[in-house]
Design a protein around this ligand. Structure first.
Ligand code: ADE
Ligand code: ZN
Length: 338
């Protein structure tokens, strides 16, 4: 059978759960702060990186939102996205579905147009120069009222052709999906895909709400589905994908060690799970580092690893014929390595 590290390096892959603001590396935080004249409470990239020792989701989010203050111009969003796409190329990521959080920028006076203009210009260059296809998913911040999300939805109207879907992120405890039914109904009616973070730190009941009340096409994280046998059966029956983020779950203390992660148990239970990086600048690495960490701690078989990669295509919003093209490539390359 093929060596796992060869498979990880050589198989084409998709990434379905990446917050573009979570790819803001400490060195870029410092460079953009200097470029934009922003004063930060840390003096160097090393000093900032030393703070990346999180107890839970909120302790991460506090730092993450503070760092995003350095993102101010369209060029900043272009540079951020381009740096991520270069990492994708290095990791053989051929398709990526990117989250962005407009509210964390528009609330600081940055225009919606600057945010989406910079991101989409880099994505277009990534498609033409690196051959990486993409979809853009606009997330609503769930710690803010639904009225804020509705105002953001209104702001997004001129740009809907560039937005494939909407998502729900930020602090989970106390902010259940049921609070966002109106804005998700509007997005669904406009023909957008819907996804939501659920069951990362919050209970399995939030996954159920995301399915029943927001009518999502995928669940982001969703690992606490392990607490409900009935929900696992439902997800298997409906081919409901969970965009799992292994390094994130360990760094945010959802699991004490990677060895405790239920990824392979979920895979073997028949769930459509795959590997993603979430916020790679904060959690120890980009997509292939996540695959490597899983390979080391959980020791999947080559067949399990290949299924995780295939699930990343099957759960993507790529048209069926492109999914089939990449699935055939995965088979061809795996066969050549075995
Ligand atoms: N925003 C960025 N990363 C997130 C995560 N892991 N959970 C919820 N919101 C987020
Ligand atoms: Zn996330």
């Amino acid at each position: 059978m093929a060596d796992l590290s060869d498979l990880i390096a050589q198989l084409p892959k998709t990434e379905l759960h990446i917050h573009i603001e979570g790819s803001l590396e400490p060195a870029m935080v410092m460079a953009l702060a200097a470029r934009n004249g922003v004063t930060l409470p840390y003096q160097s990239a090393d000093e900032l990186a030393a703070l990346y020792d999180f107890d839970n989701l909120q302790s991460f989010l506090d730092l993450y939102y503070q760092a995003t203050d350095v993102l101010q111009t369209e060029q900043d969003f272009f540079d951020l996205t381009w740096a991520y796409l270069e990492r994708c190329a290095a990791d053989r990521v051929v398709h990526t579905e990117i989250f962005f959080d407009p509210q964390s920028h528009t609330s600081r006076g940055v225009s919606f147009g600057s945010v989406i203009g910079g991101i989409t210009a880099a994505l277009a260059k990534g498609e033409s120069e690196l051959g990486i296809s993409n979809q853009l998913i606009m997330c609503f911040l769930r710690h803010l009222p639904e009225e804020d999300a509705l105002a953001t939805w209104a702001m997004a109207q001129p740009y809907l052709a560039q937005i494939a879907g909407v998502g729900l992120d930020s602090s989970e405890h106390g902010f259940p999906p049921e609070l966002f039914q109106r804005v998700f109904a509007k997005a669904k009616a406009a023909g957008l895909k819907c996804v939501a973070h659920a069951g990362e730190e919050g209970p399995a009941e939030y996954i159920e709400q995301a399915l029943d009340l927001l009518h999502v096409d995928r669940i982001d994280h969703g690992v606490r589905i392990t607490e409900s046998e009935a929900l696992m059966t439902r997800a298997v029956d409906d081919n409901m994908a969970l965009t799992v983020c292994p390094l994130s779950n360990v760094r945010l203390c959802v699991y004490p060690n990677m060895a405790d992660h239920p990824l392979l148990a979920l895979l073997d239970r028949g769930l459509r799970v795959m590997i993603n990086s979430d916020d790679p600048a904060y959690f120890g690495g980009y997509l292939n580092r996540n695959y490597a960490a899983v390979a080391e701690a959980l020791q999947p078989t080559a067949a399990q690893l290949i299924q995780l990669v295939k699930n990343s295509f099957l759960a993507s919003f790529l048209p069926a014929e492109q999914q089939q093209h990449w699935l055939a490539e995965v088979d061809r390359i795996s066969a050549s390595l075995s």
